[in-house]
Design a protein around this ligand. Structure first.
Ligand code: GLV
Ligand code: MN
Ligand code: MN
Length: 403
């Protein structure tokens, strides 16, 4: 039996169902935000499965969780695969979790097939990929790759003022740098489904930048304050937002611009808002285009705030990623060998692999998700597609781990 044949679709699917109970929502999705009790429960469940299979488990200082299957040369650099277990507040069951469970399934399939690889294999769950509670996202992989400083990240606060360091209850242990990393994920967009294709051979990830825009005005009585005397911060924020939507509407629909969180202070129906803020998430495959649009956003904030004042601060910036050509070729070759339809494609979403790609050659495998919907509780994928992705993964991992 080839090792892909040892991948068990039923087991992989059941593990998704078990994990979906942790933070499960009435609409069938999950709310399992980074370093919440639900995230802790998912970590414990994965660790219990790993223990039962005799794999070793360890964490690093930012809480990345590693499950290791020993190779015949334990000192050789390991090959890694994984994704994240945290979710959006109204997230689906597959975003991230699939990549962790597919990597774990690969380890189990190897165990069941009695196949020893030369290099150790590590399934990893990176801490806080979503970045919806603690910013920035893809935090664990960024710290692991040395792109963000551990000490800075430990002091990050969530929206309620909880310090990450306090939310992080895991113990410390050193993690070895990997020799290669491959991450499996649902596509989170519609291209594979529309093309009736099972496997996305991921060539890279578009660049992304996040900002906070804050407008400051003056609180005043809603019933008595004439228009000329008002410094309505929300009105300023909406003028700025409207101009930004217009300036980021490109002809070829490539630029992605999202305002995902808005806060108005003091949030009283009969007080003119004195402060309003919103987040901006902007993405494009070209760094130059992102740079040019950043200048436009700055100009809009300066021009549209009066009579209020406003500022825009960049919170994160991740340059576009090109994946390793050899890993890309290997993913395509393994999909072909398994007779799975496949196509090359870039990733619209960000993933931990974008940081790990700065550390070692990396790549990704996509499978379709229903109607391309993600960051939504109704996110869905088929058991067969999930298993297909895991089969390609295990074949790729075996090849890399025997090099
Ligand atoms: C990850 O979830 C992203 O925002 O792309
Ligand atoms: Mn994800
Ligand atoms: Mn996500």
């Amino acid at each position: 039996m080839n090792v892909a044949g040892a991948v068990r679709q039923d087991r992989l699917w059941q593990r998704h169902a078990d994990m979906a109970k942790l933070g499960g929502t009435p609409k069938g999705g999950v709310n399992r935000q980074a370093l919440s009790p639900e995230d802790a429960a998912a970590r414990n469940l994965l660790a219990s499965w790993a223990k039962a299979r005799g794999f070793s488990i360890f964490t690093d200082a930012i809480g990345n969780l590693f499950v290791r299957r020993e190779g015949s040369e334990p000192a050789a650099l390991p090959v890694m695969s994984g994704s994240h277990m945290d979710s959006q507040p109204t997230g689906g069951r597959f975003d991230g979790m699939y990549g962790v469970l597919a990597a774990f399934e690969a380890l189990e399939a190897l165990e069941d097939a009695g196949l020893k690889t030369r290099r150790p294999l590590i399934a990893v769950a990176w801490t806080n990929e979503e970045g919806s509670r603690f910013q920035p996202g893809a935090m664990g992989s960024a710290v692991f790759a040395g792109r963000n400083k551990l000490d800075d990240m430990l002091m990050v606060k969530d929206w309620k003022g909880v310090v990450l360091k306090e939310a992080l209850a895991e113990t410390l242990a050193a993690a070895p740098a990997p020799m290669r990393e491959v991450e499996v994920h649902i596509e989170q967009g519609p291209r594979l489904e529309n093309a009736r294709t099972t496997i996305g051979v991921v060539t890279g990830i578009q660049g992304s930048r996040r900002y906070i825009v804050e407008a400051l005005g003056e609180e005043a009585h809603a019933g008595t304050t004439p228009r000329v005397a008002r410094k309505d911060a929300f009105a300023a924020a909406t003028r700025i937002a409207a101009a930004m939507y217009e300036a980021t509407t490109d002809a070829d629909d490539t630029l992605r611009f999202t305002i995902g969180r808005v806060e108005v202070y003091p949030g009283s129906p009969n007080t003119v808002p004195g402060k309003a803020s919103f987040t901006v998430d902007m993405r494009h495959p070209s760094e130059e285009v992102l740079e040019a649009h950043e200048k436009t956003l700055l100009a809009i904030v300066a021009a549209r705030a009066a009579p209020c004042t406003a500022r825009i601060d960049r919170v994160t910036a991740v340059a576009p990623t090109d994946f390793d050509l050899h890993v890309i070729d290997l993913v395509r070759a393994k999909a072909d060998a398994l007779a799975l339809s496949n196509m090359d494609m870039p990733s619209g979403a960000g993933h931990d692999a974008m940081h790990i790609a700065t550390l070692c050659p990396a790549g990704m495998i996509f499978v379709p998700c229903e109607r391309g919907i993600s960051h939504n509780e109704i996110e869905n994928a088929t058991p067969a597609d999930l298993a297909a992705g895991a089969r390609v993964l295990v074949e790729v991992l075996v090849e890399l781990a025997n090099r």
